[in-house]
Design a protein around this ligand. Structure first.
Ligand code: SF4
Length: 317
């Protein structure tokens, strides 16, 4: 199966007033139609930069980006707009992405007419179909964002993204501003949409527990570097990288009668600044297994099995 989207050996360099730093270094990833690729890591690790790079909002300093069989890097603005029609984004804060002066119907109508997407029947019928998809009553059509709950606003954002029939939905921390009681409903909704529409998700979060229910594959980022990438099942059953182990240790086990052993590795402190990352393995300042070589030699991403790769000197040669 060919990937729907692919990022190959991508570096993204940012320039500050007096400094330059690598927000992403040598990142490879691929995602397939109908599947969810979860990107996980702490704040500032480069997750959102990666999403913007995939959309070429932040073109890579080095490397190549592909979507739906087209190389995006190097396209003109007009060509890029056309190539990106099949890619939509849902943001963390639905308030920031919705116009307070526009009704739900207005938001959906605008997205549909601007994109010139094709649909059966009238635009009103199509809008109702979209509301059904995100399980919202038709009575919200004339409502403004301030009249909706956080969960309803996020459902409107999802409906708007779906209105243009995307192949890929990039979800950038879409649950972090929602009440815990609503999070599970949105996760189930996204899962249902994926099963029914066969679309791909790139799901960005700092919360591995969410990805347990959604992701087919997982990629762990730390200070802009890929630490580990594997099928979700393998990552949860046999995490290898010390940083992944630490992330796993922070997941609560929901069943009090579970006999599952909790992951034990804990790391302390905040991640170092991405502007001035540690030498060698960037995780060495927080890693309990760090040795002298870790302080000087950056580990390469090594194949442990054909689908499981890890960047750590504890594995391979
Ligand atoms: Fe820890 Fe060394 Fe592995 Fe980095 S390379 S994660 S410091 S053991």
């Amino acid at each position: 199966m060919n990937p729907l989207f692919e990022v190959k050996q991508v570096d993204v360099e940012y320039r500050l007033k007096n400094a330059r730093f690598m927000a992403l270094r040598d990142v490879d990833l691929e995602g397939f139609l109908g599947q969810t690729l979860g990107i996980v890591g702490e704040s500032g690790c480069g997750k959102s930069t990666l999403a913007k790079t995939l959309m070429c909002i932040n073109p890579p300093t080095h490397g190549r980006v592909f979507f739906d069989g087209v190389e995006l890097t190097g396209l003109s603005t007009k060509e890029l707009r056309k190539a990106l029609r099949g890619m939509q984004m849902i943001f963390q804060d639905p308030d920031a992405s919705l116009n307070p002066r526009m009704t739900v119907e207005g938001h959906l109508k605008e997205a549909i007419t601007t994109s010139k997407v094709e649909y059966a029947g009238t635009i009103e019928e199509y809008i109702r179909e979209l509301l059904d998809m995100v399980q919202m009553p038709h009575s919200v059509l004339k409502m403004y964002p301030y009249q909706l709950s956080g969960g309803q606003k996020q459902r409107v954002s999802i409906a708007r993204a779906l209105s243009v029939k995307p192949k890929l939905l990039i979800c950038d921390e879409p649950l972090s501003s929602l009440d815990v009681s609503v999070v599970a409903q949105i996760i189930l909704l996204l899962k249902k949409i994926q099963q029914e529409q066969g679309i791909s998700f790139l799901f960005i979060t700092h919360d591995l527990a969410t990805l347990r229910y959604l992701a087919h594959r997982l990629l762990v980022l730390y200070l802009g570097r890929v630490m580990e990438v594997a099928p979700a099942e393998d990552m949860f059953s046999e995490p290898l990288h010390p940083y992944t182990l630490a992330l796993m240790a922070s997941i609560p086990i929901p069943d009090p009668e579970s006999t599952q052993e909790p992951a034990k590795l804990c790391i302390v402190g905040d991640p170092p600044s991405i502007v001035d990352p540690p030498s060698g393995c960037v995780f060495h300042t927080r890693c309990p297994y760090a040795t002298e070589v870790c302080r000087h030699v950056p580990p390469r991403l090594k194949e442990v099995t054909p689908s499981h790769h890890v960047a750590c000197h504890l594995y391979g040669n």
